[in-house]
Design a protein around this ligand. Sequence first.
Ligand code: BG6
Length: 509
Amino acid sequence: MENIIASAVSQVGDSGTENAPRRCPPGSFVIFGGGGDLTHRLLLPAIYNLACAGLLDDGFSVVAVDRADLTDAQLRQSMYVALENFVARRGAEAVALRADIWDWLAPRIRYVRGDFEIGQTYQDISTIVGDRNCIFYLAVAALFFGPIVDRLGEAGLVREGRNAFRRVIVEKPFGHDLPSAIALNTRLLDTLTEQQIYRIDHYLGKETVQNILALRFSNGFFEPLWNRQNIDHVQITAAETVGVEQRARFYEGTGAVRDMVPNHVMQLLAMTAMEAPISFDADAVRNEKTKVLDAIHTLSPDDVVRGQYAAGTVGGTEVPGYRQEPGVDPHSLTETYVAMKFQIDNWRWAGVPFYVRTGKRLAARKTEIAIHFKSAPYALFRDTPVDRLAPNIMVMHIQPTEGVTMQFSAKIPGPAVRLGGVRMKFDYAEWFSEGPSTGYETLIYDCMIGDATLFQRADNIEAGWRAVQPVLDWGQDSQTLALYTAGSEGPKAADALLARDHRHWLKIG
Ligand code: BG6
């Protein structure tokens, strides 16, 4: 789990290649749903970036499996267009699509037309991949995860040879509640070993999310403060400005809790709160994550605020309310926002609330983790004009700004003792020449080299669901749904959740 693109690039100019990431082993990258949006928008660009960084072996190939009637040539053409768009989107640093890379990649792309539930499809795949290394990527609707893995097993496609691995990458959503996640794990584990399953959470592909561990554990001065003695509370925010977009069918039965909390938000919480693993070994990291998620205290209704956006203005544009969106039930009770107060019952965190909130159509797009430290003792300032000491806050900015800020007090110049809040800022882009990243490069690369650190183990997934399961059990009908204006900071009830504890949210917009 390193920035393989950036380090591959920087190593070129460095003195040695000792630490350069190694090339992936040869093998086929088989994508179920290979004709679809995820493949075109993210997976193929990530593969292109890996090729540009010289990390793919000559024996690498892509096999796209889908139901549309396409030829190899037609698929390559649509992928070419997708890559051109991807390169164009890079803005200032845009360069044309590299012809040498495309010429290398295009003949390595094959198409298999077939139904995911029919044996013939798997025979066709088998003919192409032979006995080579294979990754099967399930970029399909969740209802196909189980059937595809069953068929892969029946066709003998996941049997590992002495020198050939067979791995399966499973996209989100992994289940829609705790029982279904357990059932899916059981079903996959009937055919595969845990070591063959790579459950993706795309948040773990984000550099800034990976940086949380680096920041905490590679610096001497954070960790001694990282506990209940010094931290008052933590705020985790994953705010979006987009609405439900074209996904009403999926979102109506899902809602903000299922869509964001057991997966992405829990990853942020686990990275922030976990104990130091004994190494970056996949199981060492995942053990610690599960431990901390398992220590989450059972939620009570008072700890949760559900909201839904009403019409409003986002970025100067008027937008409809959720219930007016195409495909949404005009009486829908689906939440597009949730705020929750989690308590972690362990020695490090007892008594330190972790407030999390996520929602669509909020004032700004912003994902961040804010660590609010306890205030210093006031005694020294009682005879000065300073009437209170502001708490120190450290904010880890995940996106769109990437970096860390520290807020603390400094003396305002002048004869009297007066304090002003100041901010010290580290900006990723200023310090590092970032590699061109979709977020999927590291994940694909890691799976190819067999490093599962950034993927979720069965127990991680289940621990995430377990933490939110009470909200799902209470059901929509029995819970209040607070409306909030699109483009706002979220429902007032979410402010009340913190006000009750004499705290307030940092502003989103
Ligand atoms: C997805 C959710 O998993 O994550 C979407 O299904 C959400 O609803 C998206 O918009 C957010 O991802 P990111 O990377 O834009 O924060």
